[in-house]
Design a protein around this ligand. Structure first.
Ligand code: LLP
Length: 419
């Protein structure tokens, strides 16, 4: 699957709209999202995973338009808070195609999910089973739940996003017997139905091996209870942030896990569960481009290019050491490329967007820069550090642009300050 369609170098347009025009029309910094690309990825996933369920993980990026696109493309939606659920609900996303996640769901999260009637709630602890069972007790239909299991698989990714290893806040350990204990607790609750098992072993995983191991372990565990109808293998599929990187090969992944599940089920004499996957990043990352305007260029031991955004709109380099490519938009001929470090405007030396990246040596204030592959975990993780307003999200499609989320204003920021 092609996940690098936007960045014919140098990047000049997205969805048929010149980036210079977008910067003029919507200002900078701005997140630009290619609607066709998002929809295309949804379709590719449904095709590669057919007949299994594909649930888009809304934590990667969610707004009302995104929820509509995901619905129209027939995917399920994974939400992890009453807030994300409210977005889905506001566009009438079908409740039976929603999964609720979270290792610390609040009473408000659980109540909102039950009220809307979400298809699955993924339970994460014994205490949550008891709380949910009590809340679900007076409903006419029992609530379908999946149990999040920690399979003890190391996906070899940044430790902040390695969630399948034992020493872990997420899920119930297979090895310690906690998972088996909570399965028994769920089975005792008349208001809950155990639809299956779930695991999410991590994020930005480029190889299918960890998924295969996890699938085999979960099927073996299911067999202890005579099998279960569903197996949800979570998300975490890697994308290429830079041209030299590679993402997860999704058809190869599907092949590996389908074969592993079939083999384990037949060896244990249980029926095959239906499968679910929950990609977030792989659906939306490569559809996004962030535009920045250069504010200053400082030559010293190295050349710093200061832009009008930074760690408040992209915290990923600071949090995970993530690397990005970057391009100047617009043609100005003649300049050889030189290594520069593109930094933000925030009050920290760690506020770096891209270290040691090539840009034309005549880069200067006023130039427009584009950072590709910024559709996932950028807008959704943006902050107001230094009382900086968050950028807008602009959708492009068929040569037209429209705002999905408007730029924050100083008034927006002041409105909550009620002291
Ligand atoms: N399912 C569950 C239960 C998850 O916790 C996640 C992500 C996903 C699916 C989707 O994972 P994806 O396919 O997007 O990798 N902020 C980090 C990523 C955190 C992922 C958290 N959970 C980053 O910017 O890299």
């Amino acid at each position: 699957m092609n996940i690098w369609p936007l960045t014919a170098e140098p990047a000049q347009s997205v969805g048929g709209v010149p980036l210079t025009e977008l910067a003029e029309g919507f200002g900078t910094p701005a997140y630009v999202l290619d609607e066709e690309h998002v929809r295309h990825r949804c379709r590719e996933y449904r095709k590669a995973l057919h007949p299994h369920r594909v649930a888009y993980a809304g934590k990667a990026f969610l707004c009302r338009a995104m929820a509509r696109w995901v619905d129209e493309e027939g995917l399920w939606l994974d939400v992890c808070s009453a807030g994300e659920l409210a977005v889905a609900r506001s566009v009438g996303f079908p409740a039976d195609r929603i999964l609720l996640h979270g290792n610390g769901k609040t009473p408000e999260d659980l109540t909102a999910a039950l009220e809307y009637g979400v298809g699955r709630i993924v339970v994460d602890s014994a205490g949550e089973v008891a709380r949910l069972a009590a809340l679900a007790g007076d409903r006419r239909h029992p609530q379908k739940v999946l149990l999040r299991v920690t399979p003890g698989v190391d996906p070899h990714v940044h430790r902040a996003v390695a969630t399948g290893v034992e020493d872990q806040k997420f899920g119930l350990s297979l090895a310690s017997g906690a998972a088996a204990d909570v399965v028994r607790r769920v089975l005792l609750q008349p208001s809950l139905v155990l639809a299956g098992l779930h695991c999410h072993i991590g994020s930005q995983i480029g190889e299918p091996d960890g998924y295969e191991t996890a699938a085999r372990r979960l099927v073996a565990f299911m067999a202890e209870f005579g099998g279960l109808p569903e197996l949800d293998l979570g998300g975490g599929h890697a994308v290429a942030y830079r041209p030299e990187e590679h993402g997860l090969d999704v058809p190869a992944f599907a092949d590996r896990v389908e074969t592993a599940v079939a083999e384990e089920c037949s060896a244990r004499g249980i029926p095959e569960p239906s499968l679910t996957v929950e990609p977030g990043r792989a659906i939306v990352a490569a559809a996004g481009v962030t535009l920045y305007r250069v504010i200053a260029v400082k030559h010293g031991a190295r050349t710093f290019v200061v832009v009008d955004g930074g760690m408040s709109d992209n915290p990923r380099p600071v949090l995970y050491g993530s690397r990005y490519s970057i391009a100047r938009v617009g043609h100005r001929t003649g300049a050889a490329e030189t290594p520069v470090t593109v930094v933000g405007r925030h009050c920290e030396a760690g506020d770096v967007i891209a270290a040691d990246v090539p840009l034309p040596a005549d880069v200067r204030p006023g130039d427009l820069l584009a950072v590709p592959c910024t559709g996932a975990y950028h807008h959704s993780m943006a902050s107001n550090y230094n009382q900086v307003a968050r950028p807008p999200v602009v959708a492009v499609r068929g040569g037209r642009a429209r705002p999905l989320v408007r730029r924050e204003t100083p008034e927006d920021l002041m409105r909550r300050d009620v002291g």
